[in-house]
Design a protein around this ligand. Structure first.
Ligand code: URP
Ligand code: ZN
Ligand code: ZN
Length: 469
C-alpha cells in the first residue's frame, strides 16, 4: 500500500521544513515539495508536524520481577506505545539464573509471537555467567541482532551481578561490538540501608527512596565508567536521575570517552513529595533509581539540553497499584519496582520540554528517536525521515489538547504518573513501515504487523540500511 503525507512540517534531529512524503513498500521513497504522485491513501498534514516514529530503548514488557510479572504484555504495551507515537522499542530479555542466553531469547520471542503491533529488538540482561550462560555464548549474540548487554549493579539477591561479571561482560563487548548498559546503583550499600530501615520499623514507600541515596547512584556510575574504560567497551548508563550521576557522565564525555547517559520522562516530573504521599499512594512512585529531590529536575533538563545525557526513554515497567504494588503494603522492599510511561513520553516532553522552551523541537526528536536509533544500531532505518528509511512516522497535531488519565490510556495499568496533566500537542496518525497503526485515537492495525528487528553492532549505525534482508 502506498501513502502520501501532504504538506506537513517535517522535523528531524537536523531539519525542519514543509514537504510531502511518499511511502511505498514500507519505506520512504520520495520527499519533496508538491509531489506529483498518486497513492492508495493521502493524509493531509497541513499545520501538523511529521516526526520520525519514536524509539524507546528501555522497556520491560511481560517481565517477571519483584515476585510478580509486569502488567503490560507485548500486545498491550505496544498498543500503548503506538498511541504515544513510539513505533519501535528495545525490550530487555532477562537471563533466568542457570539458563543459556539462547533459551532466554527463545522464551522472550515466545512472549511476542503474533502479538507485535510495533517493531522491537532486545537487549540481553546478563545475570549469571557461572551456570547456563557463558562468555562464549554471550559473544554470539550480536550475530543474532542482540547488540547490547545489560548489567544490573543493584537488586542484590535477584538481578545484581558482581564486578567480575560486569568486567568480563565488558571485555566481551569490547571484542564483539556490543554496547554495555548498566543500571548504576551500589546494590550492596542499598541492601545494608534497606535492612537498617526495616529493623528501625520504617516500612513506608518513602523509605524506598531514602535507602537508595544519590551517592549510591553516583558511586556505581563512576565505577562503571572506569571499568568500561579499562575494558575498552562503550558504555550506556540507563535511567540517570541526579547530579551525582550526571557529573561523571558529563566529565567522561568531555574527555571523549565512549560513554552515554539516558534519563526517563518520570525523573523530570516526580520527586520525594510524591513517594511520601499518604495511604500507600507513594507506592505508585516506587521505581529504581528512586525519585529524587526536585532540585534535580533542572539538572536533568540542563543535561539533556547540553548532551551530557543523550536519550530520554520510559523504563516502562508497569505494575498495577491494586494487587501488585500492594504486595509491599507492610514492607517497602516488597513493592515491585517500576512505573508506567510508554504512552506519555512524547506528549510530556513536547509540552514541558519544547513548549516550555527548555529544548528545541529538533532536540526532542534527537532525544526520543534519532539518538536511541543511532546508539542501538537501528539508524538510519529508524529514527529519522529520509529516503530509504522505514516509513515509521508520526503526524503530530501541535494544537491538540489532551488531559492525561488512566481512564483513557491504553496500558493495562490502573494509574498514570501524570493523572490530570493537560498538554497541548499529541499524535494524530501513527504509521509503522507504511501501515497506519493509530488514526485519530483509533487503533486500526492488528497485532502481528510489528516485527523483530535485528540491530547493527555499536558504531555500525551508518550501515544500518544494509541490515535489511
Ligand atoms: O524500577 C525499575 N526501574 N524497574 C525496572 C527494572 C529496572 O531497574 O530498570
Ligand atoms: Zn534499572
Ligand atoms: Zn528498566
Amino acid at each position: 500500500m502506498s501513502l502520501l503525507i501532504k504538506g506537513g512540517r517535517i522535523v528531524t534531529a537536523a531539519d525542519d521544513y514543509v514537504a510531502d512524503v511518499y511511502v511505498d513498500d514500507e519505506r520512504i521513497s520520495l520527499i519533496g515539495e508538491e509531489l506529483d504522485v498518486s497513492a492508495d491513501r493521502v493524509i493531509d498534514a497541513a499545520g501538523k508536524y511529521v516526526l520520525p516514529g519514536c524509539v524507546d530503548p528501555h522497556t520491560h514488557l511481560d517481565m517477571p520481577f519483584g515476585g510478580t510479572v509486569t502488567i503490560d504484555d507485548v500486545e498491550s504495551g505496544q498498543i500503548a506505545a503506538a498511541f504515544g507515537g513510539t513505533t519501535c522499542h528495545v525490550d530487555f530479555i532477562i537471563q533466568p539464573h542457570g539458563e543459556t542466553f539462547a533459551a532466554a531469547f527463545e522464551e522472550w520471542r515466545g512472549k511476542a509471537n503474533g502479538k507485535q503491533v510495533i517493531d522491537m529488538g532486545y537487549h540481553m540482561a546478563v545475570t549469571d555467567l557461572e551456570h547456563g550462560g557463558t562468555l562464549e555464548e554471550l559473544a554470539t549474540l550480536p550475530e543474532q541482532g542482540i547488540t547490547s548487554y545489560k548489567l544490573f549493579m543493584a537488586y542484590k539477591g535477584a538481578l545484581m551481578v558482581d564486578d567480575e561479571t560486569l568486567f568480563r561482560t565488558m571485555e566481551v563487548a569490547s571484542k564483539t561490538g556490543a554496547l554495555v548498559m548498566v543500571h548504576a546503583e551500589n546494590g550492596d550499600v542499598i541492601d545494608v540501608l534497606v535492612r537498617e530501615a526495616l529493623e528501625a520499623g520504617n516500612t513506608e514507600p518513602l523509605y524506598h527512596a531514602l535507602t537508595r541515596p544519590p551517592e549510591a547512584e553516583g558511586e556505581a556510575t563512576n565505577r562503571a565508567i572506569q571499568l568500561a574504560r579499562l575494558a575498552g567497551a562503550p558504555l550506556y548508563v540507563v535511567h540517570v536521575t541526579c547530579g551525582e550521576a550526571v557529573e561523571p557522565i558529563a566529565l567522561a564525555r568531555e574527555k571523549g570517552w565512549d560513554v552515554w547517559g539516558e534519563t526517563c520522562t518520570q525523573y523530570f516530573f516526580t520527586s520525594l513529595d510524591d513517594i511520601a504521599k499518604p495511604n500507600f499512594e507513594g507506592a505508585k512512585y516506587v521505581f529504581s533509581p528512586p525519585v529524587r529531590d526536585s532540585s534535580n529536575w533542572d539538572v536533568l533538563w540542563n543535561a539533556v539540553r547540553t548532551d551530557a545525557l543523550s536519550v530520554i526513554s520510559t523504563d516502562h515497567c508497569a505494575f498495577r497499584f491494586d494487587g501488585q504494588k500492594t504486595l509491599g503494603k507492610d514492607d517497602f522492599s516488597k513493592i515491585p519496582n517500576g512505573g508506567p510511561g510508554l504512552e506519555d513520553r512524547l506528549k510530556m516532553i513536547h509540552e514541558f520540554g519544547v513548549r516550555a522552551g527548555r529544548i528545541s523541537l529538533n532536540r526532542m526528536v534527537e532525544l526520543l528517536a534519532t539518538n536511541p536509533a543511532k546508539l542501538f544500531g537501528l539508524y538510519p532505518r529508524k529514527g529519522t525521515i529520509a529516503v530509504g528509511s522505514d516509513a515509521d512516522l508520526v503526524v503530530f497535531d501541535p494544537e491538540k489538547q489532551v488531559t492525561i488519565s488512566a481512564s483513557t490510556h491504553h496500558s493495562r495499568v490502573d494509574y498514570t504518573l501524570y493523572e490530570g496533566t493537560k498538554v497541548t500537542g499529541a499524535p494524530e496518525v501513527v504509521i509503522l513501515r507504511g501501515h497506519v497503526l493509530v488514526d485519530h485515537d483509533e487503533l486500526v492495525a492488528s497485532p502481528g504487523v510489528g516485527q523483530f528487528v535485528k540491530r547493527a553492532r555499536f558504531g555500525e549505525e551508518l550501515r544500518g540500511l544494509a541490515l535489511r534482508a
